[in-house]
Design a protein around this ligand. Structure first.
Ligand code: FHN
Length: 463
């Protein structure tokens, strides 16, 4: 079912043995991460400033055009799936081209599936033979991609799956593998296996941190029964001990709403620095940092003739996400030969062209003060409020507006076309032209007499 694991050199074997013992002590002692571990503020600020990133799902399975991980056992027999790497030869892979596509889209960071649920490592790992070094391509792509990101000024993130349906020590073999009674690890042999598997993961993650110096680690797959909250908290603490100035998402643990381990309103939260709504735009939340991950097509990994989202849907998804005070991690799936499809590059470029004109209303902003509605979302930065109009209201815009703050200037960001504003005691009226500067999203800037950040979130507007 799997290729042999690369025999470890004596030193690595000793380190692994030592870590397994420590693990056991920790697991039996609860493996609690240090409850004072707080999210790295600088890393979080940079993450929020970035607002928009590229997600990349890629691996030997693209040779079959099926979904990464999930198609193993479901539509591709295990024997076939686990040997695809022997054919995988992406000779047209270009880190420069991938990062250029992200940059021209206006993206500020890039997260690559270095190891997805199928267990295949996209780098030359000391701890596994099932990796890029053993493909006809013969070398890893992770370091060249992270180096290229640094060269072109993008942050780099590592996606790493907690579950691994390929690895012999991970007790689940596929998405339809039946869980044991009570979904618990009772058999001592399985506990041993899982301890070894956690050490394997820690070794690989240390490799990836040493190789790429990532800005974030994007975990996934913590939902299966062998992974526990204690393991998540322990892994979070271990990684922050290796590299403190990075973010780790909430999927390192079991909760989908968790943040790093600290007591908030008396309740213990879960490990992880930001929450990760998927394939949907998160609801407005300016307390917990969050990032929506979404595909530009239907499948995460490349699929021939997959349906692409329209230019309008792509741009409005980005705007609705930042209007909710979140980030958007937008996914492309490169082809088996290593290229990203030109139509996906073109669609991303359209987003970049919109951002060239309206980027001020996205990068470095926070969501609000108006909560998103069907017609409009808002963002704010310094003394400016940005009103993003996603549909023409076909009538004047009347919005609640706080007393004691002057509006010094108001104009469409696109073309700096002045906008007249009528001021009332607690509201403003903005006449909207029949033809807006941009058919997809037009942004009106309100330059205020003081910081826009201090304005209370305005819950209701009629738009
Ligand atoms: O199972 C994965 C899926 O393949 C994909 O990687 C997404 C992206 O966040 N995460 C999991 C589904 O929630």
């Amino acid at each position: 079912m799997f290729t042999r694991i690369k025999p470890m050199k004596r030193a690595s074997f000793l380190i692994t043995a030592l870590m397994v013992c420590t693990m056991q002590a920790q697991l039996s002692g609860g493996g609690e991460a240090n409850p004072n571990l707080q999210t790295n503020k600088k890393a979080l600020e940079k993450f929020r400033e970035n607002r928009f990133g590229m997600f990349i799902h890629w691996g030997p399975v693209t040779l079959r055009g099926r979904e990464i991980g999930w198609s193993r056992t479901r539509s591709i027999p295990i024997g076939d799936y686990d040997n695809l790497y022997k054919e995988f030869n992406p000779v047209l892979f270009s880190a420069e081209a991938w990062v250029r596509a992200a940059k021209e889209a206006g993206m500020k960071y890039l997260v690559l599936t270095t190891r997805h649920h199928d267990g295949f490592s996209l780098w030359d790992s000391t701890y596994s033979d099932y990796d890029m070094a053993n493909t006809p391509y013969g070398k890893g792509v992770v370091k060249s991609l992270s180096d290229e990101c640094k060269k072109q000024g993008l942050d780099f993130g590592v996606y790493y799956s907690v579950l691994d349906w390929w690895h012999p020590d991970y007790p689940v073999n596929g998405p339809d593998d039946k869980a044991p009674e009570g979904q618990k690890m009772t058999n001592p042999e399985t506990v041993e296996q899982m301890n070894r598997y956690v050490v394997y993961m820690k070794n690989q993650l240390k490799e990836l941190i040493d190789l790429t110096d990532p800005s974030m680690i994007w975990f996934d797959g913590g939902w299966e029964w062998p992974w526990t909250h204690e393991m998540g908290m322990d892994l979070y603490a271990y990684l922050r001990g290796l590299k403190d100035d990075m973010l780790i998402n909430n999927r390192v643990d079991k909760a989908l709403e968790g943040v790093v381990t600290r007591k908030i309103d008396g309740r213990e939260r879960f490990a992880g620095d930001y929450i990760t709504p998927e394939q949907r735009i998160g609801t407005f939340n300016n307390v917990l940092p969050w990032e929506t991950c979404m595909t530009i097509a239907n499948q995460w990994a490349w699929k021939p003739n997959d349906k692409l989202k329209s230019q309008e849907e792509c741009i409005q998804t980005l705007v609705r996400t930042v209007g909710g005070d979140g980030n958007l991690l937008f996914n492309v799936g490169p082809m088996p030969d290593g290229r990203i499809e030109q139509r996906q590059i073109n669609r991303l470029k359209e987003m970049g062209d919109w951002l060239k004109i309206n980027g001020d209303a996205v990068y470095g902003t926070r969501g609000g003060p108006y909560k998103p509605t069907d017609y409009m979302v808002s963002t704010r930065k310094g003394n400016n409020i940005y009103l993003h109009l996603l549909k023409n209201p076909e009538t004047d815009l009347v919005l609640p507006f706080p007393k004691g703050i002057e509006i010094n200037k108001s104009y469409f960001l696109d073309g700096k076309i002045p906008v007249t504003i009528d001021r009332y005691k607690k509201s403003i009226r903005i006449p909207i032209p029949k033809k807006m500067p941009d058919d997809i999203v037009s942004v009106i800037v309100l330059e205020l007499s003081k910081s826009a950040q201090d304005i209370e979130v305005i819950k209701r507007t009629n738009y």
